[in-house]
Design a protein around this ligand. Structure first.
Ligand code: AMP
Length: 221
């Protein structure tokens, strides 16, 4: 894993994947590929695909496997991803995980990090989460932007995600248990999984992640 680190970050919605993936991508100088961000960009652009994706996302349902697999395959074929990538929000089903193995062949995924956070805590985090509708920066009721729900970074409007309402959050967490939790076994059987405690400040969690990443890099050198 000296160059071209290919990482997957798993974890329930609200476990802090987005925040930590941005940091990991800077730390390793590789792109952060978030399927949720790509889909939200399509929704915002108002493309036909965006309108279709929105129907699934607003209900907390998963986009069909073949559709999302096509999007990820195209993205990781781009030149910047030849150095490696941090995948956030993909794979979410065993079908997607098997497809990812095929996409990266003849290489393999180097490491899968599971950000472990108890369900009660993610429920609390998700219902208080607020995001910038322009740049996607994260805020919360406890840590709002400085001025009147206007993004500190870009001045965009800070809002609640349409899929962060209580009923949709419950559906997304049920789907996580049903479709995504089995991936923990899938990757642990391949000796790729490292579980990291996701409770704590972003800095504390990042420190734990870096420790694992550095250890795996040292072992593979
Ligand atoms: P996220 O920001 O990762 O929570 O993703 C937001 C929504 O986008 C999800 O609730 C799904 O509707 C959709 N989505 C993102 N990634 C995937 C994926 N790998 N497979 C299917 N749907 C996805």
């Amino acid at each position: 894993m000296t160059r071209g680190a290919r990482l997957v970050v798993l974890g329930k919605q609200g476990a802090g994947k987005g925040t930590q993936c941005v940091r990991l991508s800077h730390y390793l100088a590789i792109p952060h590929i978030s399927t949720g961000d790509m889909l939200r960009a399509a929704v915002k652009d108002g493309t036909e695909f965006g309108r279709l994706a929105r129907e699934y996302m607003d209900r907390g349902e998963l986009i069909p496997d073949d559709v999302i697999m096509g999007i990820v395959e195209d993205r990781i074929a781009e030149p910047d991803a030849s150095r490696g990538f941090v995948l956030d929000g993909f794979p979410r089903t065993t079908v997607q995980a098997k497809a990812l193995d095929e996409m990266v062949k003849p290489k393999a995924i180097d490491l899968v990090l599971d950000l472990d956070v108890p369900t009660e805590l993610v429920l609390k985090r998700l219902s208080s989460r607020r995001v910038c509708s322009t740049c996607g920066a994260n805020y919360s009721l406890e840590a709002p932007p400085k001025v009147n729900w206007t993004c500190d970074i870009c001045g965009g409007e800070v809002v609640q995600r349409p899929d962060d309402t209580v009923s949709v959050i419950r559906r997304r967490l049920d789907l996580y248990e049903e479709s995504t939790a089995p991936l923990l076994e899938f990757y642990s059987d391949r000796n790729l999984l490292a579980r990291v405690d996701g409770v704590g400040t972003p800095d504390e969690v990042m420190e734990r992640l870096v420790e694992v990443v550095d250890r795996v890099r040292a072992e593979s050198n």
